[in-house]
Write a protein that binds this ligand. Structure first.
Ligand SMILES: C[S@@+](CC[C@H](N)C(=O)[O-])C[C@H]1O[C@@H](n2cnc3c(N)ncnc32)[C@H](O)[C@@H]1O
Length: 242
């Protein structure tokens, strides 16, 4: 099994933008999601994007005038973000998202952890620890937004094979294998080369996180929580630091 960082570096990173439907479409989706979040972000506000990937949310935020710090463990995806951001004020940081506090110079108005990033953490304790630290760092009235897939109810049989995207040169299929606390995500990639089709498979572990413990933890840290439907079947939680 690969670590998350290895999986993104070797397997998903090079095709991530393709997987997300192309840069333009993905940034449009990210922009719509930023609109829906209704964050307290005025011009010059500081925002942290944890597990920012290629900047699906960081770039739309910067277009709205925020100063964004985009943290990710994938050098490959941060390289893509740097190309896509142009002159926008998005600072990229290659680090584990749990180390986010060492990259704060001003209290953030918002902290994001979107697109099923939080399920990459090793266990619920790490999720609670992250929320604790976020609650300490946000400005009063600041917001924490998180979106993730609820893997708590297992898919069965052939439902565990999920077609992600395909075109004439590439097919990406995901296969899920359940453990009590985690799900092993196998990404099966077929690519057409000059020597015919080639197949590469890599898998990594994601947490089977359900929304309730995350909501409970946010509320225990003093957040007022909004729960809504996120993109592509994800759960979205928005906590306001009151
Ligand atoms: C599913 S992608 C989501 C990317 C982006 N937030 C989005 O919505 O498109 C998860 C991202 O989190 C990053 N990641 C996973 N675990 C991480 C960690 N512990 N620290 C920093 N980045 C991490 C991966 O490299 C990847 O870019």
């Amino acid at each position: 099994m690969s670590t998350v960082a290895e999986h993104y570096e070797r397997h998903l990173g090079p095709i991530y933008v393709w997987m997300a439907g192309g840069a333009e479409a993905a940034l449009q989706l990210g922009s719509a999601e930023i609109e829906a979040l209704n964050l307290p972000v005025t011009r010059g506000a500081v925002v942290l994007d944890l597990g920012a990937g290629f900047g699906m949310h960081s770039i739309p935020l910067a277009r709205r005038g925020a100063r964004v710090t985009a943290i990710d463990s994938s050098v490959e995806l941060l390289r893509t973000l740097t190309k896509l951001r142009g002159d926008l004020p998005v600072q990229t940081v290659n680090d584990d998202l749990l180390g986010f506090q060492s990259h704060i110079t001003e209290a953030p108005s918002a902290i994001l952890c979107m697109g099923d990033t939080i399920t990459h953490l090793p266990d619920l304790g790490a999720v609670e620890n992250l929320i604790e630290r976020v609650s300490v760092e946000l400005r009063p009235g600041g917001m924490f937004a998180v979106s993730f897939r609820d893997y708590s109810v297992p898919l069965a049989g052939e439902q565990r094979f999920i077609p992600v995207r395909s075109d004439e040169t590439r097919i990406l299929t995901c296969f899920l294998e359940y453990e009590p606390e985690a799900v092993l995500v196998h990404d099966i990639l077929h690519e057409r080369t000059s020597n015919g089709w080639q197949t590469r498979v890599s898998h990594y572990r994601k947490l089977r996180l359900s929304p309730e413990p995350v909501i409970n933890c946010l509320q225990a840290k003093g957040f007022k929580v909004r729960r809504e439907a996120g993109m592509r079947g994800m759960v979205r939680l928005v906590g306001e630091c009151v």
